[in-house]
Ligand binder design. Structure first.
Ligand code: DGJ
Length: 538
């Protein structure tokens, strides 16, 4: 918008009737305060306790096998595919009956939705494009391998593929605008794990021509590099080039969708090892992997969130992915994580890192299990590991989201060696300890013989709601609080430890913890919510 246009626009805003801005305020959106983020739904922060259905659960006959799991897990949001092949089986003829059914059943189940737009790329491949797209490789070109043969993956340089995908996605968003005035749909995923496995990018003549050029000026400014792709990015040039072109491609689709309905939109990443650049081109090269977030930020300014799909249950890697994606310019959102019980403890870590949502994948009763990425089966123990945590937080998800948006937070999850962890919030150092019985000092040999010591369980999330006050949620963990830098002779103590919950936004105490319940630290066995007030004495 030019200067004159901007002025006219702000005058218009100033004189617009109250109803006009209220409409866009009620639209789900992302908000930022310093380095904290919130997903605003119905005008207030919303914590997404998500589950993602299996890939082929996007048909009406499957929904009876989806909702019981959603309900059992106390999820407040279902992520589920809406495939291009499904809504546009014949070019130009749209069928939104799946979306309509999803909306009405989600409302009946009191659950919000995140549709997953499976279009040009799904785990990089074009399997979800309509048959008329799959068949026509002239109009919808695939990548070309270095030897000149055709590769499976769609080229990011296929203008007509982009136009067709964009057209379908815009039609979907336009339909949602008409049928979802209450915003049951709160966010939209665009494409799924984009990139290219096997070869790092398209090697067609057009791609080769672009690859030989200088990197775009806006990218050069952002990453502080210049020259051709090879000069600027060296060994990761192919990946950087593909990331740029896929980001530009996806951005156009997102922008067209938002022009119909401006919901928050995100992209999800298939991840490579978070500690090394070795092998990044052998992952989903070009997708929003942790090392190319900046390229995506410049190339896809309409995308609100780059989000990691985390399928490692190793603590150091999980924590590192969170570190990569939790940024001032990027809300932390984990749209997929493993559904084996060992992943459940990372809910606490994500929560304590201010995530706007966390969603285990493959949570339905259709009988498919993505082991070894996820669980072998969803037996009672596996589901229970997730269910008990969501059950604690679901009734207070709005309170948690609001407080976590307003105050500093910290999170823990048990590392493989069960060693202590600590975090400093204000003047307090909180230490997390694992594998202890609820009773007994650390120095008592028998106090650390709990069978939990060997299990991948345990974690906690904390919000510092006042100078000396914390909201604490966690399970299978012992927490100790102490002054981080005590003055000489200054000691710390609990003033009050209250177990309770929020009712209508107000804290309701069920009981005070004292005696055995505080003498050995705060031992949270099953998921527990506490409000802790600390003090000092000399
Ligand atoms: C990540 C993808 O995004 C999901 O759609 C699914 O394919 C899982 N991997 C594996 O089950």
């Amino acid at each position: 918008m030019g200067r004159v246009g901007r002025r006219v626009f702000s005058i218009l805003l100033a004189i617009a009737p109250a109803a006009a801005p209220a409409q866009s305020e009620s639209l789900p959106h992302l908000a930022r305060s310093g380095n904290r983020h919130a997903l605003i739904v119905d005008g207030a922060p919303f914590l997404m306790l998500g589950v993602q259905a299996n890939n082929s659960s996007n048909y009406p006959a499957m929904l009876p096998k989806v909702w019981p799991t959603v309900r059992q897990l106390h999820a407040n949001t279902l992520e589920i595919p809406v495939a291009w092949e499904q809504i546009e089986p014949v070019e130009g003829r749209f069928d939104f009956s799946w979306v309509d059914l999803l909306l009405s059943e989600a409302r009946a189940n009191n659950v919000r939705l995140v549709p997953l737009w499976f279009g040009t790329w799904k785990n990089t491949n074009p399997q979800y494009t309509p048959e008329w797209v799959k068949r026509d490789t002239k109009r919808f070109p695939r990548e070309i391998k270095p030897d000149g043969s055709t590769y499976w993956v769609m080229s990011a340089h296929g203008r007509s593929t982009l136009e067709a995908d964009k057209h379908a996605f815009a039609a979907l968003m336009s339909h949602i605008r008409k049928v979802d005035p209450q915003h049951t749909i709160i966010m939209v995923q665009v494409e799924n794990e984009t990139g290219s496995y096997g070869i790092p990018r398209d090697f067609s003549p057009e791609a080769q021509r672009l690859f030989a050029q200088s990197i775009p000026a806006e990218l050069a400014r952002r990453v502080g590099k210049s020259g051709t792709w090879s000069q600027a990015f060296g060994p990761t040039a192919d990946q950087a080039f593909n990331a740029w072109h896929i980001a530009r491609y996806v951005d156009e689709i997102v922008a067209a969708g938002k022009a119909e309905l401006g919901l928050p939109m995100y992209v999800n990443a298939s991840l490579t090892d978070p500690f090394t650049l070795d092998g990044v081109e052998h992952g989903a090269s070009g997708g929003p992997n942790w090392n190319v977030i900046d390229i995506w930020k410049v190339g896809a300014p309409h995308v609100d969130v780059e989000a990691p799909d985390i399928y490692t249950a190793e603590y150091p890697k999980y924590a590192k992915y969170i570190e990569h994606y939790r940024r001032t310019d990027n809300p932390l959102f984990i749209p997929e994580t493993g559904n084996d019980s060992g992943f459940a403890r990372f809910f606490w870590l994500a929560l304590g890192n201010g995530t706007i949502g966390w969603s285990p994948f493959g949570m339905d009763a259709t009988g498919y299990f993505n082991h070894p990425l996820g669980a072998k089966e969803l037996d009672a123990a596996t589901l229970g590991a997730f269910e008990r945590k969501f059950a604690l937080i679901a009734p207070i998800a709005r309170d948690w989201a609001r407080l976590a948006y307003e105050h500093p937070t910290a999170g823990f999850a048990k590392p493989e060696d069960a060693s202590d962890q600590s975090a400093v919030l204000g003047r307090w150092r909180i230490t997390a300890k694992y594998g202890f019985w609820q009773f007994g000092l650390e120095e008592w040999a028998k106090s650390r013989t709990s069978p939990n010591k060997e299990l991948p369980v345990g974690g906690a999330a904390l919000i510092k709601i006042g100078p000396d006050e914390f909201l604490v949620a966690g399970s299978d963990i012992r927490l100790r609080f102490a002054l981080d830098k005590p003055a000489a002779g200054e000691n710390s103590q609990f003033l009050a430890v209250e177990e309770g919950t929020f009712i209508n936004g107000e804290w309701q105490m069920a009981r005070r913890w004292n005696g055995d319940q505080v003498d050995y630290g705060l031992n949270l066995a099953s998921p527990t919510l506490l409000k802790v007030r600390l003090g000092t004495y000399r």
